[in-house]
Design a binder for this molecule. Sequence first.
Ligand code: GDG
Length: 723
Amino acid sequence: MKRILIVANRLPVNVKIVNDEIVFHQSAGGLATGLNSLEVDYEKHWIGWPGIYPEKQEHKEKIQEALEQTLTHPVFLSEKEVLHYYEGFSNKTIWPLFHYFLEYTQYKREFWEEYKSVNQAFCEEVVKIARPDDIIWVHDYHLMLLPQLLREKLPHTQIGFFLHIPFPSYELIRTLPWRKQLLEGLLGADLVGFHTFEYLRHFTSAISRILNLEPKLGRVYNENRIVQLDAFPMGIDYGKFNDASEQPEVKGLVRSFRENFGKGKIILSVDRLDYTKGILQRLWAFDRLLKEHPSYKGQISLLLLVVPSRYNVDNYKALKDEIDKTVGNINGKYTNLTWTPIYYLYRSVHFEQLAAMYYNADVALVTPLRDGMNLVAKEFVASKKNEKGVLILSEMAGSAVELCDAICINPNDLDSIVRALHEALQMPEEDQKERMGVMQKIIRKQSIQKWAKDFIAVLENSYLRQLRNEEKEVCDTVKQKIKDDYKSSQKRLILLDYDGTLVPYIESPQKASPDRDLLQMLNDIGSKAGSSCVILSGRDRGNLQKWFDGSKVQIVAEYGSWFREDQQWTQTCELSDEWKEEILPYMQEFVDKTPGSFIEEKSHSLGWHYRKSDAWLSNLRVQEFMNALIYPCTKLNLEIIEGNKIIEIRVGGISKDEAIEKWLHKDNWDFIMAIGDDQTDEDMFKLLPEKAYSIKVGFGATNARYNLSSSQEVREILQQLHE
Ligand code: GDG
């Protein structure tokens, strides 16, 4: 049976040692429910911290043994590890930063070191358990380095990652000293999932700015691997909440609840204790509502359920004190002998009580300052069997994307919360039902079951795509075949692009000169009897002549307008450069408004380089550039060519094609190999005979037969030819 390994910081199980005995019970959270519903029968394993620190080895072994019977595998952590990795880096660095609380974010090296080593410990545990065809699904911000660590150990295993919290804007993530490592960690996965497209957009922007990658259409090529990026809004077990009010225990609780509250309307607030949830803002707004609309006194109550959480973190203690004080102040101000404005519960309640609260509440006040998704909002909607009730929802919660029929508020705008409360309390039943009906339809469909299924289906697809990609990779067998064919042939033609193929891209194109070893190797290949080694480049011929002076390589320069054969330069066509005068001022304008960009002037072309410019800005400028230049270029019969971080404008009608055709027909070659990395090389691949070795440097759609990842690998292939 196929297996799925779910890796998360905490196991879905509570473990205790009572009188030397191990006591544990499974807590069936949303995730477990979702995964249980996967149609294909997977054997589900959980890997995570069991939440206790057994002192005795004997206890550890007992826990391990007991848990493994339920396919649950504990990762034991020490108190110091939990202090720095969980309370530290996870909850004092990533959590505040990713929720836009820069002022609470601590950048401490000792936290980071522990985070790395605990991720490593998780990796070792997973590697012990994993089999080659397992699916590994890593969850949340505690384990952002794990996908990459696993990828190094298990290069061919399917790995997915889902982030349950927001992914913040680049402006936030850039402040983190370890931003690069975290992003690289995530890109070890085949699929990285987020709750919303907004978070996906932020992630895409971060990897393009910080890692200089170019994500397109929800995919990014990271060296030799394709990583799929997508949004999967997490849902809830709709049926469980929708049917709850029919359970006898819940029915009883609903009744006694109502008796207590009488006819007064109930406003419900449910959260873990967390500064991101906007609990204080909610209390201030409630206070203001009573002040501005005194007629609500005695008519409404706020049922405030705050579930203890992360109490060891200072900010949380301070928040708890502040909530206590504020509730005390409001109750002290308004309570009378027959009415209490706020019922405050600081504890967790069992499911039936929660379901009764959802069912009885007239209004749910969900006002997080930031929230990845917020399942409470969805649970409230699902629980409304009779469709009566109003949801007030913060636009900063991921769930606001789907729950458009809630009353949306900005949690920092207390007036908007007060207005929303007033509107909700006055809303006619008919309107309530209409809005609730629409929202129920949405969340019934986008359930936790669908979320898990969708994620796994996309993960499996991305994995298949990766396998197809790997099939095209120049593996050792292909390398050997190239070598054997080369050695056994008499007439060999080798066509090589220069930038990005023989040398990597660097910020300044003038500095990308060939080193001694490369020159020697190309010269050796070009000197062999019966062999021709041709460099095809868009570069200026003067530049290429200087670098390859005296070398036995042949050169096609400036996209085919010049070629050098046996040291003699020939111009393929007589070209005028008068057009440059007209085009240069346009280009200069773009240089001025795009810091880091510059113009390279060649004999018959002009290149606008923007490798050093900000990725987002250059993206915008490229579009503007195209728009601005399309008309003058058409008029002057010029071509605009988009290369790798460069746009070139050149006289129409010149291309590498003619030069390639010329070389292809020059002799009766029995070995042809062409290597290139950019769009202009795609034409070259198309012109080659079927049996030729065509190789694209980099991954992505190509006309080439093979792919390889870097110019370093190109060198290795060339090296073996001249050995
Ligand atoms: C993180 C992200 C994202 C609460 N009190 C009790 C109780 N709960 C349950 C609720 C709900 C869950 O806890 C809370 O989920 P949220 O989504 O609202 O918030 P976080 O805990 O912060 O979760 C969040 C989520 O991950 C999923 O990806 O939505 O944005 O921050 O299910 O029902 N359940 C019971 N008693 C309680 O007292 N039984």
